[in-house]
Design a protein around this ligand. Sequence first.
Ligand code: ADP
Ligand code: MG
Length: 133
Amino acid sequence: MIKLENLTKVFKKPIREEGVWGMFKTLFSVKYDETVAVDHINATIADGEIVGYIGSNGAGKSTTIKMMCGILAPTDGKVTVDGVEPYKARRKIASKIGVVFNQKTQLWRDIPLRIHGQLTLAKKRAAQKRRSF
Ligand SMILES: Nc1ncnc2c1ncn2[C@@H]1O[C@H](COP(=O)(O)OP(=O)(O)O)[C@@H](O)[C@H]1O
Ligand SMILES: [Mg+2]
C-alpha cells in the first residue's frame, strides 16, 4: 500500500545578485526563491490498484513520484510504501519499484515495457560506441 499524507515539497533557491559583490553577498544571503511543487497531497493506493495521476506541466507530478521513489525527501508530510518511508530506505524498496522518466515521444505506447527497456539500452550502447570512435 502507498500512502501520501499531507505530502509537500518546497524547492528553495537562493536569490543571486549580479556581479562579484552580489556573489559575495549571496554567501550571507537569507533571501530565497521558493517554489511549492507539491502542496499537502493526500492519497491512498491499495495493493493491486492501478491509478493515473494527471496534471498540467509543472503541476508537481514528477516531484510526487520522486518522493514516492525516495529520490527526493519531502519538506513536510510523508509518503509510505508498504509502511516504509522511501527516502529513508531506498535500497530496501528499490526492488519493488519500477519507474520510467522520459519524454512521451520516447515512450512508445504499443510495445511492452520490457521491450522498451531493451531498446533504450540498445540505443544507449550505440551512442556510447559512436562516442568512442
Ligand atoms: N529540482 C528542482 N528545483 C527547483 N524547482 C523544481 C525542481 N524540480 C521541479 N521544480 C519545480 O516544481 C514544480 C513542479 O515540477 P514537476 O514536479 O516537474 O511538475 P510536472 O511533473 O507535473 O510537470 C515546477 O514549478 C518546477 O519548476
Ligand atoms: Mg513531469
